[in-house]
Design a protein around this ligand. Structure first.
Ligand code: SF4
Ligand code: SF4
Length: 66
């Protein structure tokens, strides 16, 4: 099985700024109830744009089994 990348949020450290949601080209990450970012891992294509956009460096790419 090939490894794929998915975005993962450290929700305790997320400041809910929404930069990741703005950066995601397919809307796979959104700020949930103004509290923290939540990734729809079924839709995330692992492009890494949210990781680059996060000012707090709390959204990171993680290798997962495809
Ligand atoms: S890795 Fe890409 S597709 Fe996945 S949530 Fe981040 S910006 Fe969206
Ligand atoms: S960019 Fe970072 S701090 Fe801002 S909502 Fe997304 S994960 Fe949270």
């Amino acid at each position: 099985m090939a490894a794929k990348r998915k975005a993962e949020v450290d929700q305790k450290s997320c400041v809910a700024c929404g930069a990741c949601a703005k950066a995601c080209p397919i809307g796979a990450v959104a700020v949930w109830k103004g509290m923290w970012a939540k990734v729809d891992t079924g839709r995330c294509v692992g492009c890494g744009r949210c990781e680059k956009a996060c000012p707090a460096s709390v959204i990171r790419m993680k290798e997962v089994e495809a």
